[in-house]
Ligand binder design. Structure first.
Ligand code: C2E
Ligand code: CA
Ligand code: CA
Length: 762
């Protein structure tokens, strides 16, 4: 008998060991790896000891071998409970009941190993078979054996309950793998229990150990729930945005997802998909290729939809053809995203026209692509657009720009490239021979009444640059067109100005003048000239302080060519302060030298009112130089005051109260209105002779006006000075009209202060 039992047990042990080694290479770092290996190796070892016990000839070794076998079976069960916990994922790091099992097994092992002496657990006795051979078998089980048995069953029950819990909680497709383990363990336990109950010669359950080991290994390492992959793939494919069609070896569709059906319109008609596939094979796929892709566009519900189609073949491991599949990728949304982004990058969001960058690019390509053609760059500017925004609100400003964009859109034929540069600036690029300036002015005229307010008309100024050098940057061409606009910036009408080289020189000169300002000021190149103001009899009462720039190489530069530039550039106030200071120093000097009755008038630029505290500066100067404010006349143009009368008129009053004499400069040169005389409380009215230098036929009329203006000024208690007096005739009629004081070349030109003193004072 033992010659049957032992070889079976040894063989089973060898199998278990082999499985143990297999698990080594397959499970590596998985958490189940080490408990699984322990189960396999320990049960292999246990069976080896039991096999050895069967062949033991003496009682003592047999006792010991049995005892070790039983100890090992404790260890196997502890490992099994741990394995099951890891396998099901229901284990906790703290160890849970494992430590109680270990403790129970420790007591069991001590008693088992003591059994050869104590015989408290079991008793062995030789069993003789009918061939006369014998082996030692457990003949009596004592109380402590039942302790061992209960311990083993409790541990097995723990493993089973863990599996049972997992089965209840798992989705259906996973139940299988836990159920198989549960049944395996339960089956072994059952056989074992039956053998114990009927006191069988040997525990038949042991034969099933290798089978159980194989099952454990299989489920741990190899098993993937049946259908899980299929299901996962199915759901993935079904929910993919792309359409997928799988074909078998014969080219018949075996699987297609919803989006593929929608694409082929084959939801209700499987034939439609086959027709589509057939067409692809015919038109797009080169026979013999394994991968191919192409794009196509379709019109669906009145919009274009864009697709990428991909074709791929499938082979098995032996490179045998299994079938193929198509992926239909709808890229319409991506396309829309990309083109929206492209649109945003190239267009002005408010008006929808090209933005500056795109305009420059397109115009540049056009001009450089046709260097034999002459082009115009046309820029437009809305006069006083800032005021539209300030007075009517930015919303109206925006509406105005949109309307302008519409007008340009309607006006510009396909010969034009046009866009919005910034703010109220628009630009066009067009062949010279296709540009119709008059038509553009006509188109624009509609905007004039945009505000609906008669007092605030909208005027558009247009600058045109004829492209003489096609290699210039477009932005420079636009600058030149804008420069042309500057020449008409004061115009109250829709108007076109053309750029010419004189304009450019003027512009360059301006830039030069600005760049030289600092140096000129610090090197005292700005000199102080005085033009005498005289009574009709030639008696000099004082003079106007006029600046001259004495440049070391260019010589004397007259203010007409730099004062407006400095005004534009925001530099004038620094120059004015400098001149005022010189004028005050001059008055102080005259005072000290006994010519205290002479006055000087200084010019105050319009810009000064915005950036300087005029009152503080002049009162400060009076104190500093200890002069009589009566001798300092302040020349202020009416526009400087009437642009912001509410804050400037009180300032004028304050200056006069302090004792300064205020003059209205250049009266008659700009938009003089008689209203000004009513509101602007000045001491002196300074009439510009430019008034008279107009056309001869108007001379009589002008004289009449001059006469009335002078008498009106007199009536308002103002003194009248006329400047620009060049002839005796002028002096005559002006005197007749009532003018008191004259300034002009007829009497004297502006001269350096020292010359003035020498000629008129000393
Ligand atoms: P304005 O204030 O109207 O000065 C009078 C201008 O008329 C002076 O030109 C003067 O030389 C010129 N003039 C005087 N009599 C006659 C004449 O009989 N015939 C002609 N054709 N012209 C005459 P100027 O000195 O060239 O000054 C031009 C303008 O520059 C001034 O006009 C004034 O607006 C500005 N300006 C001059 N100096 C200063 C200054 O220190 N500060 C500021 N802000 N502006 C100044
Ligand atoms: Ca003046
Ligand atoms: Ca003047």
């Amino acid at each position: 008998m033992k010659w049957i039992f032992s070889p079976i047990l040894f063989t089973a042990a060898v199998f278990l060991m082999i499985f143990g080694f297999i698990s080594f290479s397959k499970t590596k770092n998985k958490p189940v790896a080490s408990p699984l290996r322990r189960v396999l190796f320990l049960s292999g070892t246990a069976l080896t000891f039991l096999g050895a016990a069967f062949v033991a000839k003496d009682e003592m070794p047999a006792y010991l071998l049995y005892a070790v076998y039983l100890c090992l079976s404790d260890a196997v069960l502890i490992s099994l409970t741990i394995y099951v916990k890891r396998y099901t994922g229901l284990y906790s790091r703290a160890g849970g009941d494992t430590k109680y099992f270990c403790f129970g097994a420790l007591i069991d092992c001590i008693m088992l190993l003591a059994d050869p002496i104590t015989h408290w657990v079991f008793t062995l006795s030789p069993y003789y078979d009918k061939f006369g051979s014998f082996f030692y078998r457990i003949s009596e089980r004592h109380v402590l054996y039942w302790y061992h048995l209960v311990l083993v069953y409790v541990m097995a029950a723990a493993a089973l309950s863990t599996l049972a819990r997992k089965i209840v909680r798992s989705p259906k497709i996973y139940k299988m793998k836990y159920l198989c383990l549960l049944l395996t363990i339960a089956f072994i336990l059952l056989i074992h229990a039956v053998c114990v109950r009927f006191d069988a010669l040997a525990d038949a359950s042991l034969i099933f150990y290798p089978i159980a080991g194989a099952i454990l290994l299989y489920f741990t390492v190899l098993y993937i729930p049946r259908g899980l992959m299929e299901r996962l793939l199915f759901f993935t494919i079904a929910n993919m945005k792309d359409g997928i069609i799988c074909l078998d070896v014969d080219g018949k569709p075996v699987h297609a997802n919803r989006n593929a059906h929608i694409f082929c319109s084959s939801e209700n008609d499987p034939k439609a998909m086959e027709i589509q596939i057939e067409r692809w094979f015919r038109e797009n796929i080169t026979t013999g290729t394994n991968n191919q892709s192409w794009s196509l566009t379709r019109r669906v519900d009145d919009i274009n939809r864009y697709y990428d189609i991909e074709y791929k073949t499938i082979f098995d491991a032996q490179y045998k053809y299994l079938g193929c599949f198509f992926i239909i990728h709808d890229k319409t949304e991506e396309y829309a995203g990309i083109s929206a982004e492209k649109y945003r990058a190239n267009h002005d969001l408010l008006t929808g026209l090209y933005n500056k960058e795109r305009f420059n690019e397109a115009a540049g390509t056009e001009i450089l692509g046709n260097t034999d053609v002459t082009y115009y760059i046309v820029c437009t500017d809305v006069k006083n657009f800032k005021i539209v925004n300030d007075v009517f609100g930015t919303e109206t400003g925006d509406r105005l720009l949109k309307r302008l964009a519409e007008i340009y859109g309607n006006f510009c034929t396909e010969d034009y490239i046009y866009g919005r540069l910034t703010g109220d600036r628009f630009a066009m690029c067009v062949r010279k021979d296709r540009f119709d300036g008059k038509a553009l002015l006509d188109a624009i005229s509609e905007i004039t009444d945009f505000t609906g307010n008669n007092a605030f008309k909208i005027y558009v100024h247009i600058g045109v640059y004829e492209v003489t050098d096609p290699y210039l940057k477009i932005s420079v061409m636009c600058d030149r067109a804008n420069l042309a606009i500057k020449t008409v910036k004061d115009s109250y009408s829709n108007i076109i100005a053309y750029y010419d080289s004189k304009l450019r020189e003027g512009y360059l000169n301006e830039q030069k003048v600005i760049s030289l300002f600092e140096e000129a000021l610090s090197k005292r190149q700005f000199c102080f000239f005085i033009q005498p103001q005289t009574q009709v009899n030639g008696r000099v009462l004082g003079g106007e302080a006029l600046v001259r720039w004495i440049h070391p190489t260019d010589g004397m530069i007259s203010p007409g060519s730099f004062v407006p530039v400095f005004e534009q550039a925001g530099l004038i106030s620094r120059l004015d302060k400098y001149i005022w200071e010189l004028a005050c120093a001059q008055l102080r000097k005259w005072d000290q030298e006994g010519f205290g009755q002479n006055y000087l008038s200084v010019n105050i630029s319009q810009k000064d009112f915005y950036v300087l505290d005029i009152y503080k500066i002049f009162t400060g100067l009076v104190k500093k130089y200890q002069i009589n404010p009566k001798n300092l006349h302040l020349e202020i143009t009416e526009t400087a005051i009437m642009n912001d009368p509410r804050s400037q008129l009180p300032l004028i009053d304050k200056l006069r109260q302090f004792g300064f004499l205020v003059e209205i400069d250049d009266f008659g040169s700009g938009y003089s209105s008689l209203n000004t005389l009513k509101d602007f409380n000045a001491d002196v009215l300074k009439i510009d002779m430019g008034f008279l230098s107009t056309k001869a036929e108007n001379e009589a009329k002008s004289k009449t006006i001059l006469r009335s203006v002078i008498s009106l000024a007199k009536a308002l208690n103002m003194e009248v000075i006329t400047e620009g007096v060049e002839t005796q005739e002028q002096v005559q009629f002006l005197t007749e009209f009532g003018c008191d004081v004259f300034q002009g070349y007829y009497f004297a030109k502006p001269m350096p202060a020292a010359e003035f003193e020498k000629t008129y004072l000393f």
